[in-house]
Design a protein around this ligand. Structure first.
Ligand code: PHE
Length: 343
């Protein structure tokens, strides 16, 4: 019977196919399993097969189809296995391995962590708070009147469609957060990012970092503050470091001072950062204004305290001889990689 012979012929063709590459495998698939495969026409032969043989013929056709699929699968498997074996034998285990690149800390984090360690040694505890603040914590509680220029749209980033929500302009907002939820004695530092609507240049940016300090207890004096800040400066900038306090003004401290640290004018960076004076302005400080304590429901008759706010960027720039503050915010890996050995 002609039709049966064709099946047998195809079957042996399939069984004997010698396929060793992916290209040939694809050709095999098209020929025996594709939409125009060479098994299909045999189904049309069904009508020429005598009735009593139709069943056997159907079965033989199905076997043929299955055989093609099985052959395809086993060819595929052996090609893949071969490829894997080849790859293994081409591995050169004597080659040196790829270097494992370690990340590095950002210079701002390096300086900030150093400062945090210094204050932790004398019992200050880290408090972290939100960067999106309301104007009560950022200004009102801190005794900054409604018409104070710092509240101006020009200095403060307000959130869209809001007159009360803003990006904190200083970490002093954390003072209000802590004083309204903790009872004295309070001894905290609050590191974090702050924002001001300033023109970006080599010297100033619209975002930077501060560490706030707050100490509230009975009988806290200006001398306590000065001694703490001198200790900080010596730990941070070396045992011979000198500081000077200049009278200043902040709405939330009275009296207030600004603290400069002696850097000298030996390098271009210190010259630039100190505007040629050798003194680097590193922090603002003062005795917490009784109004602030009152706003935060702490009795100013019983408690007093001091607060300070340290800028991070300028110290980082001085320490690592960075001439442009913008480098600290661009995240250029060529810049950041240079700090990979710093701790
Ligand atoms: N918040 C002040 C500033 O950003 C710094 C400061 C903090 C001054 C605490 C006094 C006390 O300039």
């Amino acid at each position: 019977m002609e039709a049966f012979k064709k099946i047998e012929a195809l079957l042996s063709e399939i069984e004997n196919s010698d396929v060793t590459t992916l290209d040939k495998l694809e050709a095999f698939r098209i020929q025996y399993l594709g939409t125009k495969n060479s098994i299909k026409p045999l189904f049309a032969e069904m009508r020429n097969v005598p009735n009593e043989q139709k069943k056997d013929f159907g079965q033989a056709l199905n076997n043929l189809k299955n055989a093609a699929e099985q052959k395809f699968n086993s060819l595929k498997e052996s090609i893949e296995q071969n490829a894997a074996d080849n790859e293994k034998s081409s591995l050169d285990l004597s080659l040196p391995s790829e270097t494992n690149l370690l990340g590095s800390r950002h210079p701002v984090s390096l300086v900030m962590n150093h400062m945090i360690n210094i204050f932790e040694k004398i019992g200050f505890v880290v408090e972290e708070e939100r960067e999106i603040e309301d104007d009560w914590h950022n200004f009102t509680a801190m005794n900054t009147p409604d018409d104070h220029p710092a509240r101006d749209m020009q200095d403060t980033f307000y959130l869209k469609n809001s007159v009360t929500n803003l990006l904190r302009t200083h970490t002093s907002s954390v003072q209000a957060r802590v004083m309204t939820k903790q009872e004295p004695p309070i001894r905290i530092i609050a590191p974090g990012r702050v924002y001001r609507n300033e023109t970006i240049s080599a010297r100033s940016h619209c975002q930077f970092h501060q560490i706030e300090g707050l100490y509230i207890d009975k009988n806290v004096s200006f001398a306590d503050m000065k001694q703490t800040l001198l200790y900080f400066a010596k730990e941070m900038y070396g045992p011979k470091t000198d500081i000077r306090l200049r009278p200043s003004y902040f709405p939330f401290t009275e009296p207030s001072a600004e603290v400069d640290v002696w850097m000298g004018t030996d390098t271009d960076t210190t010259k630039r950062l100190t505007k040629g004076t050798g003194w680097l302005e590193v922090l603002g400080c003062g005795m917490v204004d009784p109004k602030v304590l009152e706003n935060c429901k702490i009795d100013p008759e019983v408690y007093s305290g001091y607060a300070f706010g340290i800028g991070i960027e300028r110290s980082a720039m001085q320490k690592y001889d960075i001439s442009d503050i913008r480098l600290l915010f661009e995240n250029d890996t060529r810049f950041l990689k240079q700090f990979s050995s710093a701790l």
